[in-house]
Ligand binder design. Structure first.
Ligand SMILES: *[C@@H]1O[C@H](CO)[C@@H](O)[C@H](O)[C@H]1NC(C)=O
Ligand SMILES: *[C@@H]1O[C@H](CO)[C@@H](O)[C@H](O)[C@H]1NC(C)=O
Ligand SMILES: *[C@@H]1O[C@H](CO)[C@@H](O)[C@H](O)[C@H]1NC(C)=O
Ligand SMILES: *[C@@H]1O[C@H](CO)[C@@H](O)[C@H](O)[C@H]1NC(C)=O
Length: 143
């Protein structure tokens, strides 16, 4: 009996812990979406951003994330409040882990080099970044 209770307790704790972790990931990703919306509204005339494609394979999430961040660092003013926040949020542990939860075993796929992604303007860049984060949120909801 005691063993059964203990096991139930352990199962509960495990699933609770993973839910809590997911909540943290979700909060971070939602914060990023808000930042993207804020930054998107600022005037941007940037044209030559190497932008990851619309459909990013799960195993390329980390590579895409790095590419988005690298572009922000080079082409945007990260001394500005929101652009700076967005830039550092993209490198946050919660963001990285939240977006790459299950991907450790899919390491065999090849992701395009950041510099080889076709260039787009800021409008497309932020819209792709938004889609990318939204997909991560959807994935979290199903784990
Ligand atoms: C970047 O943002 C900071 C803070 O808003 C501002 O003082 C600075 O002039 C901006 N630099 C450029 C190049 O726009
Ligand atoms: C991202 O964060 C890691 C550690 O958290 C750091 O080593 C790395 O330099 C950062 N990368 C960028 C591009 O800021
Ligand atoms: C993540 O892993 C869990 C458990 O291993 C699995 O059920 C789920 O389908 C995976 N999700 C994705 C997006 O691969
Ligand atoms: C950005 O590029 C897209 C696709 O090429 C185009 O439809 C859009 O009008 C451009 N936006 C701006 C502000 O130049």
């Amino acid at each position: 009996m005691k063993l059964v209770v203990f096991c139930l307790f352990a199962v509960c704790c495990t699933s609770l812990a993973s839910t809590t972790a997911n909540r943290k990931f979700e909060r971070k990703l939602q914060e990023i979406l808000r930042l993207v919306d804020t930054v998107k509204k600022q005037q941007h005339t940037k044209l030559d951003l190497h932008t990851p494609p619309q459909n990013i394979e799960d195993c390329c999430c980390l590579s895409a994330l790095k590419c988005f961040q690298a572009n922000m660092g080079v082409h945007f003013n990260i001394s500005e409040k929101y652009q700076g926040k967005l830039y550092s949020s993209l490198n946050h542990t919660l963001t990285v882990n939240g977006l790459t939860l299950n991907n450790s075993r899919n390491t065999e796929c090849t992701c395009g080099d950041c510099d080889l992604h076709p260039k787009t303007n800021a409008t497309v860049f932020f819209s792709r970044l938004r889609t990318f984060i939204e997909k991560g949120l959807t994935r979290l909801g199903t784990v």
